[in-house]
Design a protein. Sequence first.
Length: 253
Amino acid sequence: MRRFAALLPIILPCAAIAQSGEEPRPRIIVTSAATIPSPPDRAVVSFSVHGEGTTSDEAVQSMVAKRDAIEKGLAGISARPEIRAAQVAIAEVRGRDCNRNSYGNPRLSTGECAIVGYTADLQVEVRTAAVNEAGTMVSLAGRLGATNPRIDRFFLAEDKEIRRRGITEALAEAKRQAEAIARASGVTLGGILSVSNLSFNGPGPYDEIVATAERVSAPPPPPPPPPPPVAIGLKPRAIETQVRVQVVYAIKP
């Protein structure tokens, strides 16, 4: 269902324009909006991958092996998922009794503060055209060891054609509103003096990746194929694209 709105329709004798030195001309100004709902064609699923080990290499190997298993599983649901890494970090793990912190005096990695292991964490973002399977992808990622898997958002890969349709419909609605105002005011509507697009397109659908994980050594053999994932029936709500225009009409003498 398309929605229209007409905002602040007025007949302006142009007192403000007269102050600038221009010849005052009566006119009608209409601000109109058209909203077009469209089903999303892209989904973003995100999760973290955690690995542990007694050495940094072991922690990274564990993380990479788990990531590979998750990516392989997701590829079975979405033919060509776009998998990107947003952040990777390796941390030292010390004993429970170590009171080491970044604001106190530094401590040597001995005694109660000796390093007992390492953790490796990777933030992953998956963009897919299989929007109706995004919930099942979250389910499978959780089964395969992902931390906090979730659907971040749905969006349109391209909305230029939708915005062009919105402009056409908003302009048509603006004309209807201006004609109604002219009839109610007892004047004759003239031609268009100017048109302004008041829409804000915002940023692109997503940012580029910042960093990717790097293999340290060959991962262990992948685990046996898991059973089919728990399917989550999902039909995302429509993306509402709004276009707003301001049209200035002349009034015929």
